[in-house]
Design a protein around this ligand. Structure first.
Ligand code: ATP
Length: 381
């Protein structure tokens, strides 16, 4: 399932050069984006980057200052929210407190003048979908936060919208419940084959649920790609830093060709030999971005360490020595912070695959850090 790779595929939602200004403040800046039918798409970004504004324009609660929004091929200009084939689930859930769960779910259907029997049938269907059958008669205050969240979801899905807009839908839930609910959301989306657009500032959430993610920064989209592409090949320092943890090494380009590049770490005596090409010219300063789990850590000095497969082939290439000054034990993994000179540290994540009775590597140990040719990426911005 990757319609975005097919140039002939018709987008289901399209933002065409959309700008939104509030007075002289630009919240969304000339932004274009295509989302496909049945896609689970995430808008991810820090507070105030414009993601909620994007969603509100799509739902019809805000009007773009410039540009067009198409939904299912139709220009949405002038179409009121209730006539759009999209429904929004709000962060606050906005349930009617005096109504039972089933009445909350039925509310929109009644407004649409659906027949009583069809409403009853749809409500049962939604209660089953969201596993709320036993709570049908309860009022919102008699439910847990997670159950209220599911009522809001059932209500938003009751009209079977073609697009469900989710604005930080799981923000109020605790971590464990949030993770469970993410998988429920994915199962529901799979079941209904509806297009889901989620707004979140939580990168793990976006990576868990979404087919593709758009990373936003101050009113602009900085990268659109699948979770693994965004993590493995971030397009900029901002994205590399925003998604997960990353080591950023300043480096000078020594050579670059189709086969890869050779970089010199600025201020250090090691070189970086990478499969990555770069548009940067010889002598330019770039960033080599490498994830902590891609840096191996072992006892000893790097110059004495064995050249590993696809890794360091020459002394001082794709490796350096350091001293461990901090270890964060996180249960599944430990993160080692090694000083490689001055205040600069490299972080390596090591999976704790066996029980650590005694740590093989500990504080103040001299360690060799090394990585493979295809471990990191070159970033110029
Ligand atoms: P958060 O995660 O904090 O909700 P966001 O990315 O969803 O952030 P938006 O709500 O889209 O951000 O807001 C983007 C910017 O536009 C913010 O700086 C906000 O203050 C501003 N903004 C949003 N709505 C209005 C409005 N009605 N009037 C003036 N400024 C607004």
């Amino acid at each position: 399932f990757a319609p975005w790779d097919d140039p002939a595929a018709k987008p289901f939602i399209e933002f065409q050069n959309v700008t939104k200004r509030f007075g002289d403040f630009t919240a969304v800046d000339n932004l274009s984006l295509k989302i496909y039918e049945r896609e689970f798409f995430a808008l991810l970004g820090g507070s105030g980057c414009g993601k909620t504004t994007m969603m509100r324009m799509l739902a019809g609660f805000e009007t773009p200052t410039e540009g067009r929004i198409l939904l299912d091929g139709q220009d949405m200009a002038g179409v009121p929210p209730y006539r759009r084939p999209a429904n929004m689930m709000f962060q606050s859930y906005a349930l009617f407190p005096h109504m039972s769960v089933e009445a909350n779910i039925a509310f929109g259907l009644k407004q649409d003048k659906m027949s009583k029997s069809a409403i009853a049938e749809r409500v049962v269907e939604m209660l089953q979908l969201t596993k709320l059958e036993q709570f049908a008669k309860r009022k919102p205050h008699q439910l847990s936060g997670g159950q209220r969240q599911r009522v809001a979801l059932a209500r938003a899905l009751a009209k079977k919208p073609k697009v469900l807009l989710l604005d930080e839908p799981l923000g109020a839930l605790d971590r464990k419940l949030r993770e469970e609910t993410q998988f429920e959301l994915m199962a529901i989306q799979e079941d209904l084959k509806t297009t889901f657009l989620i707004v979140t500032h939580d990168q793990e959430e976006a990576m868990t649920v979404a087919d593709r993610i758009a990373v936003m920064d101050v009113g602009k989209i900085v990268q659109v790609a699948s979770p693994s592409e965004i993590y493995e090949t971030p397009s900029s320092k901002f994205v590399a830093d925003f998604i997960g943890d990353v080591n950023l090494i300043e480096a000078k380009v020594l050579e670059t060709s189709e086969g890869g590049s050779l970089l010199q770490a600025v201020g250090y005596d090691f070189k970086i030999d990478t499969v990555e090409q770069t548009d940067a010219a010889k002598g330019d300063i770039v960033w080599y971005a490498i994830r902590p789990e891609k840096i191996r850590i072992a006892h000893g000095e790097s110059s004495k360490s064995e050249a590993s497969e696809g890794g360091a082939s020459a002394i001082g290439t794709n490796g350096t020595s350091g001293e461990v000054w901090d270890i964060a034990y996180l249960g599944d993994v430990s993160i080692f912070h090694s000083r490689i000179g001055g205040e600069t540290t490299l972080r390596s994540t090591v999976a704790n695959v066996t029980r650590l009775v005694e740590r093989p590597i500990t504080w103040e140990d001299q360690v060799a850090l090394s990585w493979d040719r295809d471990a990191g990426v070159i970033l110029t911005a």
